[in-house]
Design a protein around this ligand. Sequence first.
Ligand code: CMC
Length: 436
Amino acid sequence: MPETLTIMDNRTGRTFEVPIEEGTIRATALREAKVGEDDFGLMSYDPAFLNTASVRSAITFIDGDRGVLRYRGYPIEQLAEQSTYLETAYLLLFGELPTNAALARWSDEITHHTFLHENVKSLMQAFRYDAHPMGMLVSAVAALSTFYPEASQVDDSAIRMRQVVRLIAKVPTIAAWSFRHSRGLPYVYPENDLGFVANFLSMMFRIAEPKYLAEPALERALEVLFILHADHEQNCSANAMRSIGSSKVDPYSALAGAAAALYGPLHGGANEAVLKMLTEIGTVKRVPEFISRVKAGEGRLMGFGHRIYKNYDPRATILKQVADEVFEVTGRNPLLDVALELEKIALEDGYFVSRKLYPNVDFYSGLIYQALPVAMFPVMFAIPRTAGWLAQWLEGIQDPEQKIARPRQVYTGADERAYVPIDERRSATLAVTPGA
Ligand code: CMC
């Protein structure tokens, strides 16, 4: 059976064959379909990349129909159970799990880059008292490029890796300081004898105690959350990271762009919407009425459904267990019962079953983060995703097939027309009413 696709152009009657590699055809192969010598050739139109692979990647594998997620081949369930965030970050970035010695070196490197230049602190302190922490994070990460001008040398592998270490080490410090700022609390400096997650918790919550020691169960829960959120292949923010990085700008600027993409409610903000929905439902008794409203088209069941997963999101399964472990320490969140009842009813209901709508990662993560202000949710997502963004960026920047990202368009505007002097214009439709 030949691994080719035969295409017949009915406009010309011409037939041509296109090779099929790894389940894809090259979009540029369609250019052979032309109606004349001057014709540019056929393009594919794919808004939101619904059926377009933009990269070949060896980092993260998802089988959405079977609910499978693997980093570098390792199932997410095994990593969540046995790995740490720093080890997982190493795996994503370098392709293999580290040896003891490599992990010790890697942890040491990260630990010794967690401090920020005092001017970054001043910059963050200049924000308004009620600044959104994600806006602060995006801005502070972008500002880092001005502190490390060498970062613009993206073709130098040693320089690239230095920025990778800095970003993984410094983003938690920025994140914690954005939280402290929102509370009007002094910023807490990193502590080198604490692990990655313990240090982050200390920078978030330490008040007057000489040493902040996090509750071990909560520290482990956050470690698992960080592992689960470390990468998710070509999502909106990873695509932004690669696209901006393809211009060969420094990784701080590219990562600020990726974090900006994550800021959007359709990406990093869904867990906030879940929490809002659970609070509005309020009690288990009101769940059936809410489900009926969703089925009638009056709103969505937030935290359900996914563009890729048409099965239970494996991260949601793990988070359900994590939620139980967290609530054992913090006390049971009554909204968990509302969430469990929603899930139970939805998984048996024809509306959700026929549309393959299952809980996604955001269904339980909002509940776990409930002790934090919702504005911190995307920030908590950005900390671990930094590893994924950087792994995607490194892969893209070293891929000889990649060029500056530059999509085509189907132009739908006016045909050529002559400029009309202002006094001769009879009418004009303003797209935007000034002042509106
Ligand atoms: N509740 C009720 N109906 C839904 C839901 C939902 N959560 N999600 C999809 N549907 C229905 C939708 O109305 C449509 O029905 P019909 O065929 O009758 O028109 C059908 O299912 C297909 O939906 P779609 O909007 O075409 O699917 P999509 O792949 O474009 O959207 C989604 C995926 C995640 C945006 C959507 O499922 C959704 O809005 N879910 C709720 C928000 C949410 O939880 N988002 C977090 C996503 S995971 C985190 C991340 O990756 O950043």
